[in-house]
Design a protein around this ligand. Structure first.
Ligand code: AHR
Length: 503
């Protein structure tokens, strides 16, 4: 089976916003407690933050982290997480039926972001609360001083404002499961007024309004049209979420689901353009895909935890998906889709970052390790910055129920003009080897391979565990060659690879 891939420096999709490689930490399960925060752990810093986790987050090079939820935010009082720790209230978290100690709040998270070399993207509670809470929170985080909330921040130990730019106007407000769920009109009005108030404080904020929780919602895509009709001129992004599962244990169709993701992005992009035209607006709203990942491995365990009449546990092991090799391919396909649509998807957040459907796992009091999906995310985040290229891929296909005939080879490429490196991310999602030729002659005839990383495994269900952390890991690729601007490489059945070429 043969394929050809043509790349040319003048065929560009878009300059990628680095925030395409964002992530997410929610007060959920062990994401915060025994995830990023574990005082007494052998690696904990003076704030109780685990340095072993910080090191892994830095390895992923995550530019932005969404916080504090998720469903959690829709009944959260941010004021519970400020002031002396021993005076903070323990609250019942209605979203996940757990207890929240509030030991970690905005100050602790902000300090952690500095240590982890990332920025905050904050969500306000538009479920149980509203505009007033949102404007107070913004004044607390971003005003230099001389007002009630900013002076309280200073009293609580932080003199300089954090100047948080990215704000989510609630979370999944279309979902009946959401505390304070609303109709599109109710939410659209509230989001508009909240955005207006936040903008009155600072015009340069970047505001994200909630789109659909997934493309199967009965209200999709009317929800997007109605909400944007209310908010178009006050917001910068509409948020989308999507999770992927292989509950049917049907690999060919599982690996076709990124085509659904692509269709979802294209449709919402159409709705954005429709409202833009309707409003005769010159402004462009983009997509913030601020929750995405594989999520299904933990569902049985979660049913037991949530269904077993255990009261209100503190930091139980919820949503602890253990990812397998097949999920490496899925995550690679999802990221390739975002890169190819980076002209409309400007921000994306891998949900989540630690323990909860996450690339990083921890044992309380023990080690931290990389799940299988850590690697495709890391390669893209570190080397997928620059200009996304509009490739021509011509090669074998295979038939699927999910999306018809789909390309066996899924490829994205990013041209980093600063380093002169073009990086290809290639997933062979078929069960046959594909021999590919990359035509790079548009870049000249002096291309050379600087790195070639491959992930394959004889067992699609292989996982990394605390006892065997490196079962699924990348290795140096072999056998690729380049001459006169033509790169030849074989891509094994069910494989992920990153090839960096100096042009
Ligand atoms: O990421 C887990 C949950 O998935 C989030 O809390 C919610 O927004 C989504 O439904």
């Amino acid at each position: 089976m043969k394929a050809t891939v043509t790349a040319h420096p003048r065929f560009v999709v878009s300059e990628i916003d680095p925030r395409l490689y964002g992530s997410f930490i929610e007060h959920l399960g062990r994401a915060v407690y025994t995830g990023i925060y574990e005082p007494g752990h052998s690696t904990a810093d003076s704030d109780g933050m685990r340095k072993d986790v910080i090191d892994l987050v830095k390895e992923l090079d995550v530019p932005v982290v969404r916080y504090p939820g998720g469903n959690f935010v829709s009944a959260y009082n941010w004021e519970d997480g400020i002031g002396p720790k021993d005076e903070r209230p323990v609250r019942l978290d209605l979203a996940w039926h757990t207890s929240e100690s509030n030991e970690v709040g905005i100050h602790e998270f902000a300090d952690w972001c500095v240590s982890a070399n990332t920025e905050m993207m904050l969500a306000v509670n538009l479920g149980s609360r509203g505009l007033d809470e949102a404007r107070n929170f913004l004044e607390y985080t971003n005003h230099p001083g001389g007002s009630y909330w900013s002076d309280l921040r200073i009293k609580n130990g932080r003199k300089e404002p954090w100047d948080v730019k990215l704000w989510c106007l609630g979370n999944e407000m279309d979902g009946p499961w959401q505390i304070g769920h609303k109709t599109a009109d109710e939410y659209g009005r509230l989001a508009h007024e909240t955005a207006k108030a936040l903008r009155s404080f600072d015009k340069s904020l970047e505001l994200i309004v909630c789109g659909s929780s997934n493309a199967k919602m009965p209200t999709y895509p009317e929800w997007e049209a109605t909400v944007l009709d209310h908010t178009y001129n006050e917001v910068d992004y509409i948020s989308l979420h999507m999770y992927f599962d292989n509950e049917a244990n049907d690999t060919p169709n599982y690996l076709a689901m990124s085509e659904k993701l692509d269709a979802y992005i294209v449709s919402v992009s159409g709705v954005i353009d429709y409202i833009k035209a309707k409003k005769r607006s010159s402004k462009q709203v983009y997509i913030s895909f601020d929750e995405w990942n594989v999520w299904y491995h933990s569902k049985e365990q979660d049913k037991k935890i949530l269904g077993g009449n255990d009261g209100w546990p503190f930091a139980p092991p919820l949503l602890e998906d253990i990812y397998n090799f097949e999920d490496v391919l899925q995550v690679g396909l999802i990221i390739n889709t975002f890169i190819r649509r980076s002209n409309v998807v400007r921000i994306a957040c891998l949900a989540q970052l630690v323990n909860v459907i996450a690339p990083i796992m921890t044992a309380p009091g023990g080690a931290a390790w990389r799940q299988t999906i850590f690697y495709p995310f890391m390669f893209a985040s570190r080397f997928g910055r620059g200009k996304a290229l509009d490739l021509n891929v011509d090669g074998p296909t295979y038939p699927t129920k999910v999306a018809g005939d789909i390309s066996s080879l899924d490829v994205s490429a990013v041209n980093d003009e600063a380093t002169g490196h073009v990086t290809f991310f290639v997933v062979n999602r078929s069960d046959k080897t594909v021999e590919a030729e990359f035509d790079l002659t548009g870049f000249g005839d002096r291309a050379e391979i600087v790195d070639f990383q491959v992930m394959t495994h004889g067992n699609l269900k292989a996982v990394n565990t605390e006892a065997n952390m490196m079962e699924v890991a990348p290795r140096k690729g072999e056998g690729a060659s380049v001459s006169a601007g033509r790169l030849l490489a074989d891509f094994a059945a069910y494989s992920y690879q990153m090839i960096r070429v100096k042009v």
